[in-house]
Write a protein that binds this ligand. Structure first.
Ligand code: BGP
Length: 470
């Protein structure tokens, strides 16, 4: 057993997927508040106008807004050392560009952090988790407009000052590398007019790099003890075959989707392979010398990532089968099983990924999302036997243990959706990740009652034995 004694065990959530209370106490609408639900296994549908006769999953979430005490007490019962959550930007600045923050919103997170402190749980706060205020999308198309950099930094400064004695660990943007993908245009970058060609996406991403770097620098001025990290969706890629053309195609895809954003955050500069990509694709970015200086000065303290799956890359798509579900696409790996949503399950890949990342960056790493989205059955006696989830998590924890033995500086692990919440991709409730079951269905009906799954007790003893008893 190699987990260090101060290893940060815990779980992760995001405001728009659990809080609900979408228009309470002065909160403004966010982009996910415009995403409908109810279409199973399909991506959520975006509507400019909110039709209150329809179901928008983020409007009610799992009502963490009113259940936070009960939920945090359950996390504490499992022994959580850390709880990753995000702050809904539109709860603090309802329009995003308001002059003054909304006190009722700030007070809510005070209550949440105080509750964590009561139980000795360290909060890990994602400043922006796919939840830009809708108004910033509508008026500025989010980060496509440089003015959004200032709105973001102002938001970060407000929460840094407010919570500087309650929160030490921060992440600037959730899964920022989604900005390189077409579907990241709306949820991450905030481009809602649909015109998110590569040129515009990379410009918006550049603006986010500046926002992130400026925020890191500012945070360290506000409290030198702050640990501020980046967060990427890391989808490890293998060449489909050992044909050199597949290996090369894999390297190029990996550079663009996995390495690019991490390199900018950790090394503080644009990598050569992206400069070349921009030239080859006629992409010209507005990047002032001042921007590049800020990016250089605002490098992150630690690197965090989500890890759910791996994928395979082939030079010629005809040479294999495409995966049905993987987020970055790619080809089927004949050696791996998939989740019900087509995500290829690969625990050994986590050890490989941790070694690869630590070799590249040499700064502390944290796995801040990992888990199995699955349909759970509630037995007549109320029990939920989620052995499949325990198997998935156990195998990933075992591989983290081996990575620690390899010498990787891994400081923590927060499994995704530690309490059932709304699926980010599809808006479903049926795709559950939690140790805690929430009685709610895909169209929003249910008592919201919380109950423990078998994985609850399993995780509790994993934490109690610091990863020894799996
Ligand atoms: C990541 C997001 C999370 C969460 C997770 C699981 O991309 O950071 O917000 O949604 O994926 O995805 P899903 O909810 O679609 O199963």
């Amino acid at each position: 057993m190699t987990f260090p004694t101060n290893f940060l065990w815990g779980g992760a959530t995001a405001a728009n997927q659990c809080e609900g209370a979408w228009d309470l106490d002065g909160k403004g609408a966010s982009i996910p508040d415009h995403m409908m639900g109810g279409s199973l296994h399909k991506q959520r549908e975006f509507t400019k106008e909110i039709d209150l006769d329809k179901y928008y999953p983020s409007h009610s979430g799992i009502d963490f807004y009113h259940h936070y005490k009960e939920d945090i007490a359950l996390f504490a019962e499992m022994g959580f050392k850390v709880f990753r959550l995000s702050i809904a930007w539109s709860r603090i600045f309802p329009n995003g560009d308001d002059a003054e923050p909304n006190e009722a919103g700030l007070a809510f997170y005070d209550r949440v952090f105080d509750e964590c402190a009561k139980h000795g749980i360290e909060p890990l706060v994602t400043i922006s988790h796919f939840e830009l205020p809708y108004h910033l999308g509508e008026k500025y198309n989010g980060f496509a407009d440089r003015r959004t950099i200032d709105f973001y930094v102002n938001f970060a400064e407000t929460i840094f000052n407010r919570y500087k004695n309650k929160v030490k660990y921060w992440l600037t943007f959730n899964e920022i590398n989604f900005g390189t993908l077409p579907f990241g245009g709306r949820s991450l970058l905030g481009i809602i007019d649909g015109k998110d060609d590569e040129q515009r996406r990379y410009q918006a991403l550049h603006n986010m790099f500046v926002a992130s770097a400026r925020t890191v620098k500012l945070g360290h001025q506000i409290n030198p003890d702050f640990q501020i990290g980046c967060m990427l969706a890391y989808i490890t890629m293998y060449p489909l075959t050992c044909a050199p053309a597949d290996v090369l195609a894999c390297q190029q895809m990996n550079q663009k989707l996995n390495w690019f954003c991490g390199d900018v955050h950790v090394k503080g500069e644009y990598p050569f392979y992206m400069e070349n990509y921009f030239t080859q694709h006629g992409i010209t970015l507005e990047r002032s010398p001042e921007d590049l200086k800020e990016i250089k000065e605002g490098t992150v303290d630690f690197y965090t990532f989500s890890y759910y799956m791996t994928t395979c890359i082939a030079a010629e798509a005809e040479n294999g089968d495409r995966t049905g579900g993987n987020l970055f696409g790619g080809m089927k790996n004949p050696y791996l099983a998939t989740s019900e949503w087509g995500w290829q399950i690969d625990p050994v890949g986590l050890r490989y990924t941790l070694n690869q990342l630590y070799d590249r960056y040499q700064i502390p790493l944290m796995v801040v999302e990992n888990g199995l989205g699955a349909v759970d059955e509630v037995e007549a006696d109320g029990a939920i036997h989620d052995e499949y989830r325990i198997d998935y998590l156990r195998q990933h924890v075992q591989e983290m243990d081996k990575a620690l033995e390899d010498g990787v500086d891994l400081i923590g692990y927060t499994s995704w959706g530690c309490i059932d919440l709304v699926s980010g991709g599809t808006g479903e409730m049926a795709k559950r990740y939690g140790f805690i079951y929430v009685d709610k269905d895909d169209v929003g009906a249910g008592s919201l009652k919380r109950s423990k799954k078998d994985s609850f007790d399993w995780y509790k003893q994993v934490i109690a034995t610091n990863g020894e008893n799996l």
